[in-house]
Design a protein around this ligand. Structure first.
Ligand code: RM4
Ligand code: MN
Length: 387
């Protein structure tokens, strides 16, 4: 049996919430607006702070530019800090402007490439004001038809654009490059996989790393292997956690495949990617299209914590002995034992011992916050994709 002390290492876990998870989202078929959704970045930060207040797990909120542009970032930063939050990763956006229809950092037209580079310079300026460490780049760049563009030329232009952005970063700032195998481009994507992302960040330098979005792989991909490899190479900078059944579904992390989340966290811990000094940020990238957003985020961070707890319980000595002895079934047994351990009662105790609600989902339902924002947040434009 294990005790809640076995879970002490969990105190070192911080999860970064995406500001866009609190705004309206949907599919290309329909965005269903919800009552109480934030109208500005301040309200998004307030919602993120509520998630942190009830879980003790999520003290950082990532911003998306231009969605989260404000006149006074120092004021947004103060507002966040007063709520016990810090502003985290700055996400660039080159996927919603007409100019980028055929590409952004890879575009064949030098002026359009420069426009995309300038947008990243603007993001770096924002980082200076928010105190953010990471600039996250995800590109929609790619082509739909064979022959549409020179895929090799696009790699060369990408390398050149990234180098210009990287040079602009401050000494304590990092660039994290996110890959995705398809969508919105359907024939080829310019950063489709971890190997391409790795090749680019390796060429840039030490402060360039890979961001692994768990929803950005072909079905059946062994994601924990990629985690192990990137950690081994010292190039895993960040996660975008979410889950998927089919494509990039952006569902609640751990919802579709809790076992996969466990296997990923086993490799994270094995490879030194866990904890505040690891340099790996645990970000979420999710959209709550039909469920309420704040409890959706609470559920998400609890799922990450729960699978981290199970991964921490893995008896690594026993696993190592079984592996060394070539005992296939015993090794698998040790791993499955950890996975099947119900850590929920211990986590409830762990939370209570830290002055947090034993059951954050129930605490939110009883909190009155949802009712209050639904009443107060009337008028104005709700945040959402494209807003
Ligand atoms: C993209 C990608 C990025 C995120 C946007 C909202 O698919 O995952 O990380 O910034 O969505
Ligand atoms: Mn992502």
């Amino acid at each position: 049996m294990f005790t809640s002390q076995d879970l002490d290492a969990l105190a070192d876990q911080s999860i970064e919430l995406p500001s866009w998870a609190f705004g309206n989202s949907g599919t290309r078929f329909r965005v269903f607006p919800q009552a109480g959704v934030p109208r500005d970045p301040f309200e998004k930060v307030a919602d993120a702070a509520k998630v942190h207040e009830l879980t003790g797990l999520a003290p950082i909120v990532a911003l998306h530019i231009p969605w989260d542009l404000v006149e006074d970032f120092a004021a947004l930063r103060r507002y966040a800090e007063d709520l016990g939050m810090t502003l985290g990763t700055i996400n660039s956006n080159t996927f919603q402007d007409d100019a980028y229809k055929l590409g952004s950092l890879t575009h064949s037209d030098r002026r359009i490439r420069q426009q995309a580079i300038d947008h990243h310079f603007q993001c770096i300026d924002v980082m200076g004001q928010t105190g953010s460490r990471d600039l996250k780049i995800w590109l929609a760049d790619g082509t739909n038809y064979p022959g549409q563009d020179d895929i090799r030329g696009r790699q060369d232009r990408l390398a050149d654009s990234l180098a210009k952005i990287y040079q602009r970063l401050g000494e304590d700032q990092r660039l994290v490059l996110e890959y995705k195998f398809f969508e919105p481009a359907f024939y080829h994507t310019d950063v489709p996989d971890w190997g391409t992302a790795y090749a680019h960040v390796e060429a840039l330098g030490e402060r360039a790393l890979v961001c692994l979005d768990t929803g950005h792989h072909a079905p059946g991909t062994n994601i924990e292997f990629i985690v192990a490899q990137l950690l081994r190479l010292g190039k895993l900078g960040a996660f975008d956690f979410n889950s998927r059944f089919y494509a990039d579904d952006d569902l609640i992390v751990g919802a579709a495949d809790p076992f996969q989340l466990f296997r990923i966290l086993v490799e994270v811990i094995r490879g030194g990617g866990f904890g505040s000094t690891s340099g790996v940020s645990f970000m979420l990238d999710q959209c709550h299209n039909i469920e309420k957003k704040i409890p959706g985020q609470i559920r998400s961070v609890l799922n990450v914590q729960e699978m981290t707890a199970r991964a921490l319980l893995l008896d690594r000595a026993a696993l190592g002995s079984a592996q060394d002895a070539g005992d296939v079934l015993a090794a698998n047994d040790v791993l499955m034992d950890a996975f099947y351990t119900d850590v929920r009662p211990a986590l409830a105790e762990w939370r209570a011992s830290r002055g947090l609600p034993a059951n954050p989902m129930a605490a939110y339902a009883a909190d009155g916050y949802q009712e209050r924002i639904e009443l107060e947040r009337v008028g104005g434009a709700q945040a959402g994709w494209g807003a």
